[in-house]
Design a protein around this ligand. Sequence first.
Ligand code: FE2
Length: 176
Amino acid sequence: MPKSAAVAAQAKSAGKATSETPNGLGVDAVSEISAELRPLLADTFALYLKTKNFHWHMTGRHFRDYHLLLDEHGDQLFAMTDEIAERARKIGGTTLHSISDISKHQRLADNNEESVNAIDMLKELHADNRALTGYMRTAHEVCEKHNDVATTSLIEVWIDQTERRSWFLAEIVSEF
Ligand SMILES: [Fe+2]
């Protein structure tokens, strides 16, 4: 069943008119926006856990700085997850349910290496944060198309935070 039909069926079974959604965006908009937010949430969870993984396994002479930096980044990413999920629910869509759902939708790759050196960790996080910015820009375009100003506004804040993480990481890795 196409996604918009699934949302319509869901609305119908809940006793609502099919064109109605909580904020009046319409079924097609909710379907398309939720379909953008779902992988974005999966990527944010994946990057959160990778950032914490590197925070936990950091080594070397800049341990304290890098360990603390990645803790800050992890906190930002974790805060984003709830906002993304609740935004999807607020407009009448659904979102992720489980770790397996995350792994099904994530576009950013996990890193299960036993040992990674500090600079390689930071380079990988830099690349992932850059990629995340790209995914958010795409999601922003979809929200803009449907005049979902609140989601576009949230995405703008997340992009700013992600660019700040990329900036800090870029400054460190540019020396290597
Ligand atoms: Fe910690």
